[in-house]
Design a protein around this ligand. Structure first.
Ligand code: SF4
Length: 332
């Protein structure tokens, strides 16, 4: 597989983010365009981050920015310097109840996918901590363990995406990412070292059932994560095509929006049931998709869209978990 690599510059390293609706952050820093993990389900190529720069990517040697996802990487090496400059001048900071003013690295690429990207991530985190910012890492790579000297910090939480602990399944769905068994060992090691940990149990394939979720929760709880995020695989845009090209036949069962929504709701109910059985329902944080609007009551969707996660941050006195929890019901 040939890889197209290079560098790029961006005007502003720090972007306001709509991911407060997932309880993740209010700001995001993406340290690269493209991602060498190339997960088949990845929705990033369908977002404006890639869609608006397709012509530029083609000019730089990428044949198909959509279908070649995972085969190109353009690193933003100037980010730490620009970030320092921006933070030194920034007078106000957006802090929503669900985003908590957190800066996420990253939403559109993996911040620890290789050593070069990891070094930019490391320098960016150092700058953010220098300016007292809250930092959330989200990765599929264990390379973050080399940064424990800065990541064991009350204002940093490290998340690994571990949707299942089946390395064979992972080879089909996310063949270029480190296997989930390696990710699991990494979070155990990080927790032992004193790191704040969360798990993104995402995205889960439709064949996962209550019994699978139960087993998975039992393993995950050994890490004692502060929160467990969940969403299932979506098959919209080119990620559906990439999954089919990878031979993932389950995609046929979720291609139609109605079938995808039914599958989402069924998994959600089974997931909540497993979490109740294992006793970790308070750690669970659902990521309901906007396209569920016609299938799930608005009350439930808004509950999750605007709910703060149970994590506490330094000086975080205003955020309390609500004891009100609407039950999942189909609206039509
Ligand atoms: S690691 Fe994340 S950003 Fe990279 S391909 Fe996988 S899902 Fe997409």
């Amino acid at each position: 597989m040939s890889i197209t690599k290079g560098y790029e510059t961006i005007v502003s390293p720090l972007q306001q983010s709509a991911l407060s609706k997932k309880g993740l952050c209010d700001y995001v820093i993406n340290v690269a365009s493209g991602c060498l993990h190339g997960c088949t389900f990845c929705y990033v190529p369908s977002t404006p981050a890639i869609r608006t720069k397709q012509a530029e990517l083609i000019q730089r040697g990428v044949t198909s920015p959509q279908m070649d996802w995972g085969k190109y990487l353009f690193i933003r090496e100037g980010i730490p310097h620009k970030l320092r400059d921006k933070l030194s001048r920034q007078r106000s900071w957006r802090t929503t109840p669900s985003g908590k003013g957190v800066v996420l690295l990253c939403s559109g690429t993996d911040p620890y996918q290789n050593r070069e990207v990891a070094s930019i991530t490391r320098e960016s985190i150092k700058v953010l901590l220098e300016y007292g910012r809250r930092v959330r890492i989200l990765t599929r790579s264990p390379l973050w363990l080399q940064d424990l000297d800065i990541l064991v910090h009350p204002n940093v939480t490290v998340g690994m995406s571990i949707p299942y602990l089946d390395d064979d399944l992972s080879r089909q769905i996310e063949p270029q990412a480190p296997p989930p068994s390696v990710r699991y060992k990494a979070v155990l090691e990080g927790r032992k070292a004193g790191c704040r940990i969360y798990i993104a149990m995402a995205p889960t394939p439709p064949q996962m059932k209550r019994v699978n979720f139960k087993k998975h929760f039992e393993k995950i709880l050994e890490v004692n994560p502060e929160v467990v995020f969940w969403e299932p695989i979506n098959a919209r845009g080119t990620n559906g095509k990439r999954m089919l090209a990878a031979g993932l036949d389950f995609v046929h069962s979720i291609t139609e929006q109605k079938h995808w929504a039914e599958s989402f709701i069924k998994q959600w109910a089974e997931l909540e049931s497993a979490a109740n059985e294992v006793g970790c329902i308070e750690k669970l944080h659902i990521w309901p998709d906007l396209d569920l609007t016609n299938y799930v009551s608005q009350e439930i969707l808004e509950y999750w869209w605007y709910k703060p996660t149970p994590e506490k941050w330094i000086d975080d006195t205003s955020i309390e978990s609500s004891s009100f929890r609407p039950s999942l019901s189909v609206s039509c």
